[in-house]
Design a protein around this ligand. Structure first.
Ligand SMILES: Cc1cc2nc3c(=O)[nH]c(=O)nc-3n(C[C@H](O)[C@H](O)[C@H](O)COP(=O)(O)OP(=O)(O)OC[C@H]3O[C@@H](n4cnc5c(N)ncnc54)[C@H](O)[C@@H]3O)c2cc1C
Length: 420
């Protein structure tokens, strides 16, 4: 039975970009009562850039035109291209590849985007310090509501549960079972270190020619074992520099951050061109290395009954094609359309099955493609960096960026109708 007011209670677990986007989508439905539960004491994002390519922008617009505007309100900068050059080896200085024209990605400060997404959500529906530890049936009926248990001893009754709780979350465990091999996060074998610097200082340190007003480009350098990249953020006020390196060190499952000393940073990039080293090392006050995590193997399903997972909880991927957040937004777009059609609890299972049918193949294709791009970018498995092979990379982004979102939604709705 739905709640006493007849609305379906939808619990969204996790308040990152995935959960916050979905929450915005579901608020428009008078037959749904969504609530969002975040384990941390506040809704927050690690302060750095995220690129939202045209597929993600189109998905936001499908959810609601004003949601697409969140990117601009958060100071997103349109990137006219992404130029990557060689920073070590015989081809130093050569253009490795260039993602131009078609993509028009917007790069935005994560925290600013999350704040924009959280802004329209009534405070009464946002719950912090609520770490979900168990999802149980609330009564004897297998088709009845769920009781969510939180670490602080409290609980919540829901008709549907959506796990947007990231790669280290709980909902994947509930869906796949505690011993499933696709459960464990895997250290990606890379760390990255980021710094945010004011535009004027970036121009001084890196060169004015990288930051042409009205024609912003993302610039990257790749060399053996890693890359550097810089993006413009905050409406052109800030530049983010990222240094990313492969490592053979093992990182523990709960370890996502390590201290990094300047010596280590320098030795990791020794042999790179002086300018590239400079780009990676400037103004790095924190000197932290952040681990990149994904899953050991793909999930065989994203749904179990009236519980479903989205975003990194379902398909954490390597960052090489900059697509994880875009896919989380597409997940929200499809769940939005499906839940808009659900009027009673018994339709929820069909909606989530349809979601799994359309979202799993696409996201798992991107997981594989992103992995392949990463291998090429790092010269792994191919006898080192090969500038000719790198020049072949741009087409690998096409299927990600050019999806027709209206057709994708249509496919999901048809799948649901064929299941019901
Ligand atoms: C280096 C790097 C660069 C990237 N660049 C890009 C890019 O340019 N473009 C792009 O599209 N993507 C990019 N990504 C991927 C993107 O950042 C992620 O896919 C996206 O942020 C995932 O969002 P999410 O909301 O699914 O997960 P998360 O951001 O991990 O949010 C999950 C939330 O759930 C909470 N939570 C966890 N467990 C529980 C629990 N038990 N109960 C309640 N709450 C819980 C967490 O505290 C967290 O707030 C990049 C990733 C990396 C690592």
């Amino acid at each position: 039975m739905p709640s006493s007011d007849g609305k379906l209670r939808v619990a969204i677990i996790g308040g990152g970009l995935a959960g916050a986007t979905l929450m915005n989508a579901l608020l428009k439905y008078s037959h749904l009562s969504p609530e969002i539960f975040e384990s941390a004491p506040e809704f927050s994002e690690r302060g750095a850039a995220v690129g939202i390519a045209q597929n993600g922008q189109a998905a936001l617009a499908e959810i609601a035109p004003e949601l697409a505007g969140a990117l601009d309100r958060a100071g997103a900068v349109v990137m006219s291209s992404s130029r990557v050059r060689m920073a070590s080896g015989p081809h130093t200085g050569a253009l490795a590849f260039d993602l131009t024209g078609e993509q028009r990605g917007k790069v935005v400060h994560r925290k600013a985007l999350l704040n924009e997404l959280l802004e329209p959500i009534p405070k009464s529906r946002m719950h912090t310090s609520k770490k979900v530890t168990d999802i149980a049936q609330a009564n004897d009926s297998a088709t009845g509501p769920f009781k969510l248990h939180f670490q602080d001893g409290s609980s919540y009754i829901a008709d549907a549960v959506i796990g947007a709780d990231g790669v280290h979350g709980y909902v994947r465990t509930h869906i796949l079972g505690a011993d499933h091999p696709a459960l464990k996060p895997k250290f990606g074998g890379f760390w990255d270190s980021r710094s945010l610097i004011p535009m004027e200082k970036a121009k001084e340190l890196l060169g004015e020619h990288y930051f042409i007003e009205g024609d912003q480009r993302q610039h990257g350098w790749i060399g053996n074992g890693g890359f550097f990249m810089h993006d413009v953020l905050d409406g052109g006020k800030t530049v983010q520099c990222v240094a990313c390196a492969q490592t053979n060190e093992e990182w523990g499952e709960d370890e996502w951050r390590r201290d990094l000393d300047r010596e280590k940073l320098e030795s990791t990039f020794s042999g790179w061109t002086e300018s590239a080293i400079k780009r990676g090392m400037i103004e790095n006050p924190e000197l932290k290395a952040f681990a990149e995590w994904h899953h050991k193997i793909d999930a065989p399903t994203y749904a179990k009954g009236r519980v479903v997972m989205m975003g990194d909880a379902a398909h954490a991927m390597t960052p090489w094609q900059g697509s994880g957040a875009g896919q989380a937004i597409e997940d929200a777009m499809v769940l939005d359309a499906l839940l808009g059609e659900v009027k009673e609890p018994k339709q929820l299972e069909a909606a989530f099955k349809a979601y799994d049918q359309v979202r799993r193949p696409r996201t798992q294709r991107i997981i594989a493609s992103s992995h392949d791009v990463g291998m090429a970018l790092c010269g792994r498995g191919s006898g080192g960096l090969d500038v000719e092979k790198l020049a072949d990379l741009p087409p690998k982004w096409v299927f990600i960026h050019t999806q027709d979102q209206k057709e994708h939604i249509k496919g999901a709705l048809e799948a649901m109708r064929s299941i019901v």
